[in-house]
Write a new protein. Sequence first.
Length: 474
Amino acid sequence: MKIGMRLLLGYFLIVAIAAWFVLNIFLQEVKPGVRRATEGMLVDTATLLAQFARSDMLSGNPQHGQLAQAFSQLANYRVAANISGITKTRNEYRVYLTDAKGMVVFDSAGVALGQDYSQWNDVWLTLRGRYGARSSPTDPEDENSTVMYVAAPVREDGRLIGVLSVGKANSTMEPVIRRSERRILWAGAALLGIALLIGLAFVLWINRSVGRLVRYADSVTDGEQLPLPAMNSSELRKLARALESMRLKLEGKRYIEHYAHALTHELKSPLAAIRGAAEIIQELPPPEVTRQFSANILQQNARMQRLIDNLLRQARLENRPEISRQPIDLLPLMNALRDSRVVQSQGKNVHIETDSLEGLEAFADRLLLEQALANLLDNALDFTPPGGNVVLRAENQDSTVAIQIIDSGSGIPAYAEPYIFDRFYSLPRSNGEKSSGLGLAFVREVARLHQGSITLLNLAEGGVFASLTLKKQP
């Protein structure tokens, strides 16, 4: 199982357990809470009606008193109330009144008149000066038929003369209870759904970030050199830097071995030439011969110096994890490159043409971009025969810009195409000399650091088409 799915399941399990505990507590508290609120209203109602019942008790005829008249009229009164979606159509109170001995002298339901209620808790406790309440079923076999009664004392001059009890069936509160439970369950389901969506988004973010690191590690394994991905999390940034540090250390030995082998191979030829010239000079040849071989020594020494300088520049570039980029106007840059090669192009009778939209920009490191384009332009000039043309232009391509250098030279031999970007791989120029073989490797490294690309293609009519693609915006 993927780590993202494990995180999602763990997160959702924690949320589900927490939601279950909270919902369970809420559901357990709904019914008691509603009944406690109802009991409070019954206490207020019983206390209020007890004040009216006092005059009925003092009149000696409570069966025809104010309470009796009120409830007889109430039976014909129809209620039409919509309370948050719950419809109430009738009065749901039952009221009975007992004398000081607990005998029922009035019953709004008309079923207990004359009965002894002195043993019922609501009456029994109230007659003894305590809070009287009870909940009793009307049908012993139906647990949902319970009725809640709350009693209040009827007093005259501090003397207890009766008890008034108000009852309300618990079944009348079931719609409120069920509605509250449904709303709590819906809210719980919504909570779990939102939590799942948040967890899914979090896991997708984690998987995306980890996937970028995995692709980076795979590219290192495959020999590619992708730029270090930018991470939004401090922990993932540390992991990315650790991977980059590990990559640099693991590549260090191979890097040194490769460069040592390549450098040794490249230095063999100039060292052999210098040694041969020195041996000839030791034999004290004529001055003309001495000058010739001395010049050869200086030439080979300069070649070795250029090779070492280019090698150091390439090494520094390959070990730069980040670069400083800014918008660069391409037309002035290309014109400056063309002007800097005027002497070289006129010496070979090669025409350099620049073409770009005014204000077209690339988002790049100016120095690295200039060095990369200079390498491509020098290669084009070296391989273009006298009387040829070199075109340096820039094209707008949606979110990128392509800087292209096209020459009219001999093109790249088929056998050299797979190795053209390798370090120290070089083709002989028209004058028979070979370069350091680091120019195109440098250009490829510049493209990688800019998250761009470099392409070299042979043209059907002859010559090479080189395209360096960079971003226009960060």
